[in-house]
Design a protein around this ligand. Structure first.
Ligand code: R1P
Ligand code: GUN
Length: 296
């Protein structure tokens, strides 16, 4: 039996440690790299050598994946010889979990020894220069639910994870962003690579036209329903973060448009860009140094 939670929602240090210990006792892999696959981007997990799979429903304290396009399992293995753990499917606020629960895997990553986290997501393009199929390196985020107090760090702070008031001006590691730009250029991906700001909303409804216009005016280039929460918790725990948004659809900004955002298009765009994203992330992991110093 795992210890009874003293936390608000099942993300206490003891619970995360029990989950990490359970996983480490069931795999030989000692991951230093963590990967989170977004909607339609689960193929990244298939890149791992000698994979070992754990269904979320079998992992103590883990929520279950409920979204089509998220396989719902943790994959351990190596990528370019580096020990990795990969979330093939993530959790979202709209699935009904408390925000602390959807970010629990980041704390488990930390307690298993992960130093660097690569996150991917599918997002709607707000920037009018973006096209479907573009890939946006996240240089920053706007945490909309956080404005209303829905931040994953709400609740008692456990100093064993991090400080009460963590800095977020360096959330997206500068060196990794530069590495991504270099690798994208070497691979001939310049035409569809961008760098911009991601805005997270609670979902699950897609945005209205007025909301899209507002978000764009506020400085967001892409909009989605994930990632920023995970990055907040990962940074709180001192892990380096790198994140990519695949622009899976154009946010509708015009009342005359016949476009309608839908999840099938999101998954289909993921399939079209899967190979390039896998190549980029694999090359970046290959170039990673064993170094968790803040490099921004
Ligand atoms: O952010 P990921 O998990 O890629 O998923 C994105 O795609 C789904 C909508 O199609 C939403 O869950 C949105 O957040
Ligand atoms: N909120 C939101 N999430 C998405 N995920 C993929 N596309 C979109 C979108 O247009 N809006």
């Amino acid at each position: 039996m795992l210890p009874v939670s003293e936390s608000l929602c099942g993300e206490s240090y003891e619970e995360c440690k029990a989950t990490a210990d359970w996983l480490l006792s069931n795999t030989q892999v000692r991951p230093t790299v963590g990967i989170v696959c977004g909607s339609g981007l689960g193929g990244l997990a298939e890149m791992l050598k000698d994979p070992q799979y754990f269904k979320y429903c079998d992992i103590p304290n883990f929520p279950k994946s409920t979204v089509h396009g998220h396989a719902g399992r943790l994959v351990f293995g190596t990528l370019k010889g580096k020990p990795c753990v990969c979330m093939q499917g993530r959790f979202h606020l709209y699935e009904g979990y408390p925000i602390q629960k959807i970010t629990l895997p980041m704390r488990v990553f930390k307690l298993m020894g992960v130093e660097t986290v690569f996150l991917t997501n599918a997002a709607g393009g707000l920037n009018q220069d973006y096209k479907v199929g573009d890939v946006m390196i996240m240089k920053d985020h706007i945490n909309m639910p956080g404005f209303a107090g829905n931040n994953p760090l709400v609740g008692p702070n456990d100093d064993r994870f991090g400080v009460r008031f963590p800095c977020m001006s360096d959330a997206y590691d500068r060196k990794l962003r530069q590495m991504a730009l270099d690798v994208a250029s070497e691979l001939g991906y310049n035409d569809f690579f961008r760098e911009g700001v991601y805005c997270v909303l609670g979902g699950p409804s897609f945005e209205t036209i007025a909301e899209c216009r507002m978000l764009h005016k506020l400085g967001a280039d892409a909009v989605g329903m994930s990632t920023a929460h995970e990055v907040i918790v990962a940074r709180h725990a001192g892990m380096r973060c790198f994140a990519l948004s695949l622009i899976s659809n154009q946010a509708v900004m015009d009342y005359d448009s016949q476009e309608k955002a839908n999840h099938e298009e999101v998954l289909e765009t993921g399939r079209l860009r899967a190979e390039q994203l896998e190549k980029l992330v694999t090359t970046m992991v290959d170039r990673l140094e064993h170094n968790n110093n803040d490099s921004s």
